[in-house]
Design a protein around this ligand. Structure first.
Ligand code: GAR
Length: 204
């Protein structure tokens, strides 16, 4: 059996995307990655509880994030990082140490409704304000440009006229995020994604 890619997950809140990763590994749908640690930038992130329940080393880092996180990532032997609802912008230290080895889930179809200020529920508020009929989720590599890295996977979701931001957020999570994030992790961890310019070439 090939070595599994040692993967760290960075979180800020509820951690439903982290849970989707844990469950996909348990079900044997993700076989090329193992979760070696979870890092939250908030003390009370429920995601930490989910990690502990799953037996994954977990830590909240609320000061000197970059330095402390890099130390913990090294301790855990992390080779790949997944931002799963990590609602802060990563510093240059981690970005260069893990170049092309950080992926992020964003709750819209990039390049719509993304960039600075577009995170969590705000994204769905803006989608409803604009009145688009389709939204969705995107998994992409993380680069210095916020939400601007090469796209790995996208899935669309219908917007309904009577949606609230909360209802839409839930549908985007269930129909798109929890589906494409585990799939993208498996593809990247298995070495089946190559970056060619702006394009991710997926070897299915
Ligand atoms: C998810 O919808 C995720 O896509 C979004 O925050 C939520 C976290 O939920 N991330 C961003 O907006 C990143 N720009 P979770 O903690 O339950 O996974």
């Amino acid at each position: 059996m090939a070595q599994k890619m040692k993967t760290a997950v960075l979180v800020s809140g509820g951690g439903t995307n982290l849970q989707a990763l844990i469950d996909s590994i348990d079900r044997g749908e993700v076989t090329s990655a193992e979760l070696v640690c979870v890092i939250a930038n908030k003390e009370n992130a429920y995601a930490l509880e989910r990690a502990r329940k799953a037996g994954i080393p977990a830590k909240a880092i609320t000061a000197n994030f970059e330095e402390e996180a890099l130390t913990f990532l090294k301790e855990c032997g992390a080779e790949l990082i997944v931002l799963a609802g990590f609602l802060s912008i990563l510093g240059k230290g981690i970005l260069s140490a893990y170049k092309d080895r950080i992926i992020n889930i964003h709750p819209s179809l990039i390049p719509s409704f993304c960039g600075k200020g577009y995170y969590g529920l705000h994204v769905h508020e803006k989608v409803l304000e604009y009145g688009v009929k389709l939204t969705g989720a995107t998994v992409h590599f993380v680069s210095e440009e916020v939400d601007g890295g090469v796209i790995i996977a996208q899935k669309s979701v219908q917007v309904r006229h009577d949606d609230t931001p909360e209802i839409l957020q839930k549908r985007v999570m269930e129909e798109a995020e929890w589906v494409i994030l585990p799939r993208a992790l498996e593809l990247v961890a298995a070495g089946r994604v190559q970056i060619q310019g702006r394009m991710a070439v997926i070897n299915e």
